[in-house]
Design a protein around this ligand. Structure first.
Ligand code: ZN
Length: 144
């Protein structure tokens, strides 16, 4: 990924190293590769590698997102046992604008690709924002 500009882009994914996903936004070992940011539509695309027992912290999707689970299993919105979705690879999912994910859990080693339209609003239990994570923030985090 070269720069945050409106241009063509290509990433040879196996030549990019996995990096730890920012602390505080997840529990357990989650690593990621930022593939692209799209300032003109506020979108960003990444792949995530989530170890068994890991989870993402509580967040709300300010815009919709699409994912492709390429490996493992992901419990979204509590998983299918609690009215959410349990994705099993190979699985595709669409999360609507304002989707609230109190916890996204991985009970086996998993990987997925996702495009986010708009930021993720990570919140505490009272709904107060801890971190607003949009294309600019992930771009800065990735290049830090
Ligand atoms: Zn989510």
């Amino acid at each position: 990924m070269a720069e945050a500009a409106v241009m063509d882009d290509y990433v040879q994914m196996d030549e990019v190293d996995w990096v730890d996903f920012p602390e505080g936004l997840c529990a357990g070992s989650i690593q990621w590769k930022l593939l692209h940011v799209s300032p003109e539509q506020g979108a960003w695309t990444a792949v995530f590698r989530c170890a068994k027992g890991s989870s993402f912290a509580r967040h709300i999707h300010m815009g919709p997102g699409e994912y492709y689970l390429t490996k493992g299993k992901m419990h979204v919105r509590g998983g299918s046992a609690e009215g959410g979705a349990t994705a099993q690879a190979p699985g595709y999912g669409y999360e609507a604008c304002n989707a609230q994910h109190d916890e996204t859990n991985f009970d086996e080693d998993s990987e997925f690709y996702m495009t986010f339209l708009g930021p993720l609003n990570f919140t505490d239990e009272n709904g107060e924002t801890i971190a607003l994570v949009g294309w600019q923030q992930v771009y800065e985090a990735w290049n830090a």
